[in-house]
Structures are given as structure tokens and as C-alpha cells.
Design a protein around this ligand. Sequence first.
Ligand code: SF4
Ligand code: SF4
Ligand code: SF4
Length: 166
Amino acid sequence: MADGGGFDPGRRRVLFGRRRAERPALRPPWARAHDFTDLCTRCGACEAACAETIIVKGDGGFPTVDFRRGECTFCGACADACPQPIFDRTTRAWTAAPAVGRGCLTRAGVICQTCRDICPENAFSFVLVPHAAPRPVLDATRCTGCGACVSACPGEAITMEVRHGA
Ligand code: SF4
Ligand code: SF4
Ligand code: SF4
């Protein structure tokens, strides 16, 4: 009963808005996503092996990648260190791509092209916008998912999003 001492979750949603759907965790490159938490023992070997220190403990102690700490060099050390049958290096390394959010400085009229300058694959281009600063557009076919653009973005506007079906 909602009017008693407890708080009705449905009412909470009405009052405070529906919670955003949880984003799928970003796993290390070449890791199988669908049964990752079944196979991973949380031993930390991949985390310890990553020279870029972008693998961190996420929810439940399972490894996740934090591109705010740096980029992936695709060295493969995480995959080599893992004792479990989790990594498949015959597949594409990442099922994630960058998304530019509303914090992009160009939306505030600032001329910024840092993401284009940092990207080793030239995956970003800029489109002209009338009476505004040119805005970044990603060519996902060029992007390798290295994440270099994430930590470089001065607006902290870029996040890596796991692609649907990953
Ligand atoms: S491939 Fe190398 S840099 Fe990338 S997450 Fe694995 S250990 Fe880190
Ligand atoms: S680096 Fe960040 S703030 Fe600058 S244009 Fe790219 S997304 Fe926008
Ligand atoms: S993730 Fe890497 S390849 Fe993809 S757009 Fe960012 S810097 Fe370029």
C-alpha cells in the first residue's frame, strides 16, 4: 500500500521520472558479451595486464573498460592473460562506438575539432551548421573503437556505446 510507511515504486517513477535504462557494460576487447558474467571468475588478470590501465572493476567486480582513462592500443594483453575461454580474437575487437552527447562544445558555439584531430582513423568529419559552429559526425565504418576521442574531448561529451545486438 503506497500511503503507508513504504514508498510505491510506481509512484516514485511518476514523481521523479522513469529511470534511464541501464547501459550494457563495456567489456574488454574481443570478449564474448552474451555469457561474459557466466565465464568470468573476476580474477583480475586482464585488468593487471592492461598497460593503458583502462580496464577497471565494474559492477559486481567484473572487468569493464573506462575510456576516460585512456585508449585501447589493441595490444591483446588482456586476452592473452585471461585463463577463461572468454576472448575470441577472430572476432571484431569492439562492439561499441562513440556517441557525441549534448555536452559537445560546438553546441555552445565553440569551435572545437579535437575528436577529429585525435582520431587515428579519421572517423570524424564536421558538418556546417547555419549560424553555429560546425558539428562532429562519426563515420562508424571507419571507427575501430579505440576510444581515443573519449578522454581527449574537452567537453567530456563522448561516450562509448555498446551497439545493439552485441
Ligand atoms: S587490448 Fe591492450 S590496451 Fe586494449 S584493453 Fe586489452 S590490454 Fe588494454
Ligand atoms: S572533441 Fe568533444 S567537444 Fe570537441 S567537437 Fe568533438 S565531441 Fe565536440
Ligand atoms: S573510438 Fe578511436 S577510431 Fe573511433 S572515432 Fe574515437 S578515436 Fe576514432
